[in-house]
Design a protein around this ligand. Structure first.
Ligand code: G4P
Length: 284
């Protein structure tokens, strides 16, 4: 589901996260490993301030492994705690619990030194729509708890989910907005399927995808479409791919709409391999 974010929505979503922050020791910021920058909320730093945070690069199973390692290093160098996981895999999720314990250890040690009793760590998940918040909550809870709908700012009674002896998780995730005013971010979100097609021009998206592949993954382009460059007149490349894959309309002409859809589908379905759309060097 695609949310239309209006100012009222954003204010409500922000308020909800701010309220819930008071209840937790740590925020799990969920990021799509394929978009470690583009899938972050632009105001989260402002919203969570000094609160302890664990960055979770989710969907790591779908991202380019080499780039994920570089991003983990990038965030670590910036002083963040970070783990890359696949929420569908319970082994990965155990690492989330361990990482949360590591983040909170200094605070817990201080409490113990003062003779105070420590309790389970309380956490909440925050992230933009579709990064996998509900999936992670449900997997950590080992049952279906989180609502998969994306309704920002809806208040309802919340519960703590006991994940392990050491960790309790708020069952309601904080849903925040993406950087939608940046067109390139919009394309990247659409290429990963985070934004649905109804609001995206498929031709523009396919052209963006081709140019992206030409720049960052030329060998994949060659393997899949037998080309090394995208023509200046992009229609020539569409003709080539259309002929190669036999995407023709009734009269035998190349059907460009179908070519666009094919390219976008190929990218989303990993037919060009596991891709990461944000590259560290563009953010240094
Ligand atoms: P949200 O609450 O943040 O909005 O996201 P949600 O959990 O609904 O997850 C969105 C989609 O991403 C789901 O696919 C879910 O299965 C998938 N997903 C979540 N985490 C991971 C992960 O670590 N690896 C992989 N491979 N997939 C993950 P879906 O139900 O098919 O939804 P959709 O793709 O049709 O939107």
């Amino acid at each position: 589901m695609t949310i239309q974010w209006f100012p009222g929505h954003m204010a409500k979503a922000r308020r909800q996260v701010t309220e819930n922050l008071k209840l937790v020791d740590i925020v799990f910021e969920l990021i799509d490993a394929r978009l470690p920058m583009s899938s972050r909320n632009p105001m989260l730093d402002d919203i969570i301030h000094q609160k302890n945070r664990l960055l979770i690069l989710n969907k790591a199973d779908m991202a380019d492994e080499v780039q994920t390692k570089r991003w983990v290093q990038y965030f670590t160098d910036k002083g963040h705690h970070v783990v890359a996981v696949n929420s569908l895999d319970s082994k990965g999720l155990k690492r989330v619990v361990k990482a949360a314990e590591a983040v909170l250890k200094p605070k817990w040690d201080r409490m113990r030194a003062k003779g105070l009793k420590t309790r389970a760590i309380r956490a909440m998940i925050v992230g933009i729509p579709n990064v996998g918040k509900s999936t992670m909550i449900n997997r950590l809870a080992k049952k279906n708890i989180a609502r998969t709908g994306n309704t920002p700012g809806v208040t309802r009674s919340q519960q703590w989910i006991k994940v392990e002896k050491e960790l309790e998780l708020l069952d309601t995730p904080g849903i925040l907005w993406p950087k939608f005013e940046d067109q390139e971010v919009g394309y990247k979100l659409a290429l990963t399927g985070a934004i649905k097609d109804t609001i995206t021009n498929m031709d523009d998206l396919a052209i963006y995808g081709l140019r992206f592949l030409e720049k960052y993954y030329p060998t994949r382009l060659e393997e899949r479409y037998k080309i090394t460059t995208v023509a200046e007149e992009v229609v020539e490349t569409f003709d080539h791919i259309g002929r190669l894959r036999n995407v023709k309309a009734a009269g035998g002409e190349i059907d460009y709409d179908q070519v666009s859809e094919l390219i976008v589908r190929d990218i989303r379905n990993e037919h060009l391999g596991k891709l990461t759309f944000d590259f560290v060097e563009d953010y240094e």
